[in-house]
Design a protein around this ligand. Structure first.
Ligand SMILES: [Fe+2]
Length: 259
């Protein structure tokens, strides 16, 4: 009877181990054979636990390496185009604000945050004279600037563990009405992260000083987003951003703290 209960307990513990629950161990018994079997099951649980801890540590290391790669890329771009440094940081924070308002999962928010940080990294492949040109771009220069969406996504797709956000980066200049680039996607064809990014990117551009104009006030930029909702921007996401922004920042921007 005692042996039967012990075997039952072993089967239950094995079943927990294989399902990933490593909190239980088999109790010692008087029977030499069963005790030996119990020790082996406990030994297996210990080894599983050590393997899980190693995987966790490797994932953390990989995440740190990814963040180091991101920082190196954004620093390289900032050296070429100083405007983008504060811009990437602020756009990431605004993206997070809107993603949280929309109730995205922490994994999705993380993806949109990183995509926002890297969305313009492809500008590294564009000449400084064009990036920093104070006047209006020629048609040919504008075509070169447009290529940054594709180049950014190519760069991001090469970073281990970030290839899944490359398509969010690629489509951050698409428009709700299909008039954007690089692929002319419209409405829900545009990935959600890219729809979010399009709104917050435009907001930060409008509220930043540029070589050719002074920054707009946040309330003016929000009115412009409202005006362009349904044509340039997704209307529901535009409303959500206007509401979330008003609640978090009122009439302030992140420029003082993030630049
Ligand atoms: Fe861009």
């Amino acid at each position: 009877m005692c042996g039967k209960n012990t075997i039952q307990q072993m089967i239950e513990t094995m079943s927990l181990i294989t399902s990933g629950d490593l909190s239980k161990r088999v109790k010692a018994t008087r029977s030499g054979t069963l005790n030996q079997l119990g020790l082996q099951i406990n030994n297996l649980a210990e080894r599983y636990q050590m393997a899980q801890e190693t995987i966790r540590a490797l994932n953390q290391q990989l995440r740190k390496s990814n963040l180091d790669a991101i920082m190196a890329l954004t620093e390289a771009l900032a050296a070429k185009d100083p405007y983008t440094r504060g811009h990437s940081e602020r756009v990431s924070l605004y993206s997070m604000l809107l993603s949280e308002k929309l109730g995205l999962t922490s994994e999705e928010i993380d993806g949109v945050y990183i995509a926002s940080y890297l969305h313009d990294v492809g500008k590294i492949g564009i000449h400084e004279d064009i990036l920093n040109k104070p006047g209006r771009l020629t048609e040919e220069e504008f075509e070169q600037v447009k290529a940054h969406a594709h180049i950014s996504s190519q760069i991001v797709s090469q970073i281990p563990n970030l290839s899944h956000i490359a398509y969010v980066v690629r489509h951050h200049h698409e428009r709700h009405d299909g008039g954007g680039y690089p692929d002319g996607l419209s409405g829900d064809e545009i990935p959600l992260g890219s729809r979010i990014l399009a709104i917050v990117d435009a907001f930060d551009c409008m509220t930043s000083d540029r070589p050719y104009r002074k920054a707009h006030r946040p309330e003016e930029a929000l009115l412009e987003i409202k005006r362009c909702a349904g044509r340039q921007f997704n209307p529901e996401l535009s409303d959500a951003f206007i509401e979330a922004y008003g609640k978090s920042y009122g009439h302030r921007t992140l420029h003082m703290s993030a630049s």
